[in-house]
Design a protein around this ligand. Structure first.
Ligand SMILES: *[C@@H]1O[C@H](CO)[C@@H](O)[C@H](O)[C@H]1NC(C)=O
Ligand SMILES: *[C@@H]1O[C@H](CO)[C@@H](O)[C@H](O)[C@H]1NC(C)=O
Ligand SMILES: *[C@@H]1O[C@H](CO)[C@@H](O)[C@H](O)[C@H]1NC(C)=O
Ligand SMILES: *[C@@H]1O[C@H](CO)[C@@H](O)[C@H](O)[C@H]1NC(C)=O
Ligand SMILES: *[C@@H]1O[C@H](CO)[C@@H](O)[C@H](O)[C@H]1NC(C)=O
Length: 616
């Protein structure tokens, strides 16, 4: 995965940026300028996020109402005030007015009166009204200040007066009116950044994130793409927006890509279907289970789909609710439930999976049953529960290679390479046919800086599993990581060819995606070559979210933005974890923003202007 990750990471900046840019030259320019900063930027983001979370938990409803304005954004002006005490405050204006006022010293004149004024008088009145408004504002008499600015606007239309009045509404947390007034001001003066920022802040507060993003993007453009604080706010709003979209999406439990399923079941010895499976005299539930297992063992897309369609029927056939651990069918029923749990888990439904696996354990579990529960627990991040299940599994089947292989995985994921290696060794010894154990051991050698040993282990694995695309694929990933690009290409191509000639699903589209990512990494401009590979990958494994997301990135480079958006959205549906979904959605939303900016004549002109001056 390592170079895939870096591919995505690398392009992520470009994408966040193309949300800012509208012509590819800008994208490239900005991309180059940000490449080195991205890492630290991301770290910053993470820390700012943790503080945000901390804040949120402390934030009471009351406080949220008080001064959300200044809290929400790191870049708002400081002049947001206390809106709750304006009623009580005393009247501060007590001088001679050059315009009519009422008994409360608030301006009071009609349109007729204004119409009779000379040009000069109008100017004078407007200026005086604005100054009186400013004084009221300083004394935090926001409602009164609004009356003065409103009167000033009656005399003279001026973006400053709208801006001033919007500051009052902001202080009063009246975001609808902030937006209305800043919009008027921006109409009159499109690059009125103070108002654009104020409007963005209000949009963010009322959770109109797309409009907030549009304004923030405009600010980064007006700032010549050099304002980091605005960019950080933009990233934050994009993330909030994407989270909201993912949360509001109805969750559908679908099988992942066949290569994911294949590598999941590849970590276990297959359950063999006995010869007599076609015998008429066999138990009908067993026969269904065998049919199901044949589909699973086929390791093909259609096989997994058929297995998925059948598994509930298998469980029902065993009448599991009526069985006890002593029932003769308990062991087979347990296996059926265990597969049901596995499929539910693969379909990203851990809640159902944990129920099914619990039923399997209550009947007649085998070692693997506990391992599956451990995997479900690891996914929901309870490491201790997972370890406990592994202990049960070892007790039940001390010689099961599956148990040691999966335990090795668990330690590997937790970066405990020593324990991982120990368990993979044991798994390999007990079941030398598990290609993954060989690959993992080679990867551990590499990670532990024993490079010669890594090469030896890969070479040995290649000899033993001559037709396995896995070995060259993962070897290629390590070579790419090491910087041996030419050899990495070769390995990915071998892997892709081997996969092509296999009837079963193994690494699927991964070698193609890996090769495409190498191309993008090596030569940014060769996206036609990368695209060809990714189109093939996407065809080969339409459920691979990495294929979809990588292809989308290329489409974006080629300015086929509509297609990119569709692919990003698809990738989000295919992604397994919440974070991956959010990331894919944020790519889609950033791309939509790019389109919107492009269609905005003022902003796209501004971008072209910046580009010209930067090229000189
Ligand atoms: C707002 O003003 C009132 C009265 O002066 C005061 O009690 C309150 O603490 C202030 N709130 C904030 C958030 O400043
Ligand atoms: C405002 O002026 C009008 C006309 O001079 C007057 O009728 C009205 O009472 C005044 N309003 C206030 C609140 O004093
Ligand atoms: C009103 O606008 C002027 C000019 O931009 C500014 O100096 C002043 O601070 C503003 N007042 C408020 C309350 O926004
Ligand atoms: C970034 O933009 C904000 C809002 O327009 C502005 O207040 C701030 O001074 C800018 N910072 C830099 C470094 O230009
Ligand atoms: C189910 O049980 C029977 C014996 O009753 C056994 O022969 C068969 O292999 C079992 N099926 C599976 C899939 O384990």
């Amino acid at each position: 995965m390592s170079n895939l990750d870096s591919f995505i990471t690398r392009n992520r900046t470009a994408i966040a940026i193309t949300a800012v840019a509208s012509i590819s030259a800008v994208g490239a320019y900005y991309y180059l300028n940000n490449q080195s900063q991205f890492q630290s930027q991301q770290e910053k983001e993470e820390t700012s996020e943790t503080t945000e979370v901390g804040k949120k938990s402390k934030k009471s409803k009351k406080k949220k109402k008080a001064s959300k304005n200044s809290e929400e954004s790191g870049v708002t002006e400081s002049s947001t005030g206390n809106g709750s005490n304006n009623e009580k405050s005393t009247i501060t204006t007590s001088h001679e007015f050059i315009y009519p006022v009422d008994s409360n010293n608030l301006p009071n004149f009609s349109q007729e009166t204004i119409d009779k004024l000379s040009r000069k008088e109008k100017e004078d009145w407007a200026l005086a009204l604005k100054e009186d408004g400013n004084n009221e504002f300083k004394s935090k008499n926001f409602e009164r200040a609004i009356a003065f600015y409103t009167a000033a606007l009656q005399v003279k239309i001026d973006p400053i007066f709208y801006s001033n009045r919007s500051a009052c509404y902001a202080a009063l947390n009246d975001h609808k009116n902030v937006i209305a007034d800043t919009t008027e001001a921006i109409k009159l003066k499109p690059d009125y950044t103070k108002c654009v920022l104020r409007r963005a802040t209000s949009y963010e507060v009322i959770e109109d994130y797309p409009n907030a993003m549009f304004d923030l993007t405009a600010l980064t453009i007006y700032g010549g793409f050099s304002n980091k604080s605005i960019e950080a706010v933009l990233e934050r709003v994009l993330k909030k927006h994407s989270i909201k979209i993912v949360q509001n999406k109805e969750q559908v439990f679908k099988l992942p890509s066949a290569s994911t399923i294949g590598s999941f079941f590849g970590g276990f010895r297959p359950d063999v279907v006995p010869e007599e499976s076609n015998d008429e005299s066999q138990d009908s539930a067993d026969k269904l289970l065998w049919e199901f297992l044949q589909h699973v063992n086929a390791n093909t897309v259609s096989g997994y789909d058929k297995a998925d369609a059948l598994i509930n029927e298998v469980v029902e056939a065993y009448n599991v609710e009526e069985l006890t651990p002593e029932s003769p069918k308990a062991a087979n029923a347990s296996i059926a439930l265990e597969y049901l749990a596995s499929f539910q888990f693969l379909k990203n439904d851990p809640a159902s999976a944990i129920i099914s696996i619990g039923k399997a354990i209550n009947l007649k579990p085998r070692g693997r049953t506990y391992v599956i529960r451990a995997l479900i627990s690891t996914d929901t991040q309870s490491f201790n529960e997972a370890i406990e299940d592994f202990e049960y599994a070892v007790q039940l089947e001390p010689e099961s290679p599956d148990v040691y292989y999966q335990l090795g995985q668990l330690f590997y994921l937790r970066s405990d390479l020593e324990k991982a290696e120990e368990n993979f060794e044991k798994a390999k010894e007990l079941y030398p046919e598990n290609v993954y154990a060989h690959i993992q051991l080679a990867c551990i050698s590499y990670k532990s800086n024993r490079l010669d040993e890594a090469t030896e282990r890969f070479t040995a694995a290649k000899l033993k599993f001559a037709t396995s695309p896995e070995v060259p694929n993962y070897y290629g990933e390590i070579l790419a990581d090491k910087g041996d690009i030419a050899e990495a290409y070769k390995q990915f191509q071998i892997a892709a060819r081997l996969q092509e000639s296999l009837p079963t699903y193994s690494v699927g589209a991964i070698p193609l995606i890996n090769e495409a990512s190498l191309i993008s990494r090596e030569a940014y401009e060769k996206f036609d070559d990368a695209e060809k590979l990714l189109l093939k990958a996407y065809e080969l494994d339409p459920k691979s979210e990495v294929a979809a997301i990588s292809l989308a990135q290329i489409k974006l480079q080629k300015e086929e933005v509509d297609q990119a958006i569709l692919l990003f959205e698809e990738a989000s549906d295919l992604a397994r974890s919440f974070d991956e979904k959010v990331q894919a959605v944020s790519f889609a939303e950033a791309s939509k923003m790019q389109l919107r900016i492009k269609n905005d004549p003022v902003l796209s002109a501004k971008i072209k202007e910046i580009m010209r001056s930067n090229m000189m």
